[in-house]
Design a protein around this ligand. Sequence first.
Ligand SMILES: Cc1ncc(COP(=O)(O)O)c(C=O)c1O
Length: 419
Amino acid sequence: MASIKQAQKIMVGGVNSPVRAFNAVGGNPLVMERGRGTKLFDDNAHEYTDYCLSWGALILGHAHQDVVKTVQKAVKNGVSYGTTTKPEIEIAQFIVKHVPSIDMVRFVNSGTEATMSAIRLARGFTKRNKIVKFDGCYHGHSDDLLAMAGSGVSFLASSSSQGIPSAHIQDTMSLPFNDTQILANTLERHHADIACVILEPVPGNMGIINPNKDFLKNLRALTKKYNIVLIFDEVMSGFRSNLGCAQADLGIIPGLTCLGKIIGGGFPVGAYGGRSDIMKHLSPLGGIYQAGTFSGNPIVMQAGLATLKNLTPQAYRKLNVICDEFVANTNMILKEANAEAHLVNYKSMISLRFRSAPVYNYTDAKNASSDKLYAKLFHHLLRRGIYWPPADLEALFVSTVHTQRDLDALQKAIKDFFI
Ligand SMILES: Cc1ncc(COP(=O)(O)O)c(C=O)c1O
């Protein structure tokens, strides 16, 4: 049996992505062996109801029979050709049909690649260098995007990782989310140099924040006025609540959209797409280069398509309703008990805040966060067979196969922790 101790000797921290190391919650990271439906099974045969779901990728739960059968059939025909394939065309057609902003799409292998490439495209298209992002929004780990301003506006953004040359982030401005005034001032002053504004339209990486509708409307109007490319990073929110993604819910159409997670059915994937007059600047039609050996891999595309085909209006309605009800009922219980906590959700993406007041931006999110309490809560849930993301300020996810009984058990576990 492989143990985490063995992993730690030969893989950095025993993991291949830092948050998996349980640094934020303490204890040894689990070595998982198997997933089925809502359940994950570790190498000690313990069973957990999974609300991490491969960080949001598995909207149908683990090992959904349509995805498994599709992949089993597909691998018999070879796993990678390095050419265009039929499933790639089909999933591209599906995405173009449903996502309002996307006329043309390019597949890549991760969300990081999608956002990095969308930014290059925006820079090449506008012939400008600067990018604007928002504090607490995460867009993957490319150099230009690992920058986070201090409080308020900072034009001297400091990097959130070592090893990034200052030249890479000197063109990155990071602003507070939901603050129209700071955004308007920044764009007015710097628009001639700004290629794009990138954001998670419904942030999930500082916990869930439901955006102020006026903020998004102003953002859309200002970027249009200054010919700045508006990029929605829907790697997490894409196909979460409906087939048109968060942009359809919010009624705001960006110039470019980044996707990932759900569209790969649990396999590594990313995509970016948008207006064809922008997309046509990409190589081979235009002069902006971006490529990938495995991009549009036929197994990934088929797993993604099998997933998307299961996301019927009824499936979304049921999932969204049970999540809304779960959050409202849990909040009522927490409020009645005067607990310093509340849940917030964007449909089946949910976060817990350690305060009763709402959260509008990253400063609020940090104030409503407690590593110590979260660690206690995480282990309390784990003992009850519930697996949550092993760090505060992450989103947890519910799948189409979670039942009312699962959510009742989760609610009871939360109640017993706080009350
Ligand atoms: C909104 C968002 N953008 C980009 C990424 C990066 O995606 P990946 O981990 O596939 O590189 C993530 C990952 O969680 C994300 O949540």
